[in-house]
Design a protein around this ligand. Structure first.
Ligand code: PHE
Length: 338
């Protein structure tokens, strides 16, 4: 083998090598135990003494030369890898940071808090009750006996044991509170309720109510009307008009539907009020004596009124939202508007 040619070839290959692995292969090919240079040394036996000395010396020089080339290239490759790594790991401290997106309150929470504030300013306390209720508090104690057709008003999610249910309204908290607190009292109870029914633009399987209860001596429908009117005036921040219509609830007597003159069309008739000019807004009435008895209070000494406002309904009117289901959709395009 021509040593000069061998050297040139090795040189070319080293130059071309792109990584340390390739370089290692080149090392083995030329300088390994069974490599090209080793073969030259083995073949020396066949030569005369003089030639052996000459070729041997030359082969040694080529060997040293290739070794040096590989060493230099290896150093270069290592340096390149190091630089590449550094470049990859580099942090640009001048780059602007990632903004942490701040969340905000849900429209129902905003409205709930506003409503609570108005009632608090009128002397009402904010009370909570459980979302999982017993049949007793949700129905029986509210003068809705088992098998009475009035139960059909509240399509109910019964839990497995048939004694517990997801509360269909916030009214059970009237009983819970009256059991532990003696009149005079004024409370509002905001909270989530559940109904097992088909959904549409104004019904969902869950919604928020705000129960109200005021008990004292000599409380009448006039007090009920005044409180509701004052609340609606403050909530809608305008002079509103209301009317009371007879209604039916087993736990109030007499019962009313409170209508609010449509805040959108001012009574002229529009799609929101279905051309009636009025919006059914807060049902209520005078607490039924049977309810007071169930809570251990003598109806001869105390009277009161109760009502149940729909927080979703108030929020829909406030923000002009046409589908209640949007509140529970988790759709950020909707939520980001508040
Ligand atoms: N709990 C009734 C409902 O959900 C509303 C209501 C509350 C009516 C208080 C009268 C008094 O339909």
């Amino acid at each position: 083998m021509d040593l000069e040619k061998l050297k040139n070839e090795a040189e070319k290959e080293v130059k071309k090598a792109k990584n340390l692995k390739k370089l290692d292969e080149i090392f083995k090919k030329y300088l390994g135990k069974k490599g090209e240079i080793a073969r030259v040394f083995t073949s020396l036996k066949k030569l005369s003494k003089k030639e052996r000395k000459e070729v041997g010396r030359e082969a040694n020089l080529v060997k040293i030369g290739i070794e040096r080339l590989i060493k230099e290239k290896s150093k270069k490759l290592k340096e390149e890898t190091r630089k590449l790594k550094l470049r990859k790991e580099r942090i640009d401290v001048t780059r602007p940071g990632k903004k942490i997106e701040a969340g905000h309150l849900h429209p129902l929470t905003l409205v709930q808090r506003e409503v609570e504030e108005i009632f608090e300013s009128m002397g009402f306390s904010v009370i909570q009750g459980p979302e999982v209720e017993t049949e007793w508090y949700n129905f029986d104690a509210l003068n809705i006996p088992k098998d009475h057709p009035a139960r059909d008003i509240w399509d109910t999610f019964w839990l497995k044991n048939q004694k517990l249910l997801l509360r269909t309204h916030t009214s059970p908290v009237q009983i819970r509170y009256l059991e532990k607190n003696h009149p005079p009292l004024r409370i509002v109870v905001p909270g989530r309720c559940f109904r097992h029914e088909a959904t549409d633009t104004s019904h969902d399987v869950q919604f928020y109510q705000l129960e109200g209860l005021m008990m004292d001596k000599n409380i009448s429908v006039a007090n009920f009307k005044a409180v509701i009117e004052e609340f609606l005036k403050r909530f809608f921040k305008t002079n509103i008009k209301i009317r009371l219509r007879p209604g039916f609830f087993p736990f109030t007597e007499p019962s009313f539907e409170t209508d609010l003159q449509c805040t959108i069309c001012k009574g002229k008739g529009c799609s929101v009020c279905k051309n009636t000019g009025w919006l059914e807004i807060i049902p209520g009435g005078m607490v039924h004596p049977n309810v007071l008895k169930a809570a251990g209070i003598n109806p001869k000494n105390w009277q009161g009124f109760a009502f149940g406002a729909g927080i979703d309904r108030l929020a829909m009117l406030r923000y002009k939202i046409e589908d209640i289901r949007l509140f529970y959709s988790g759709d950020l395009r909707f939520l980001k508007q508040f």
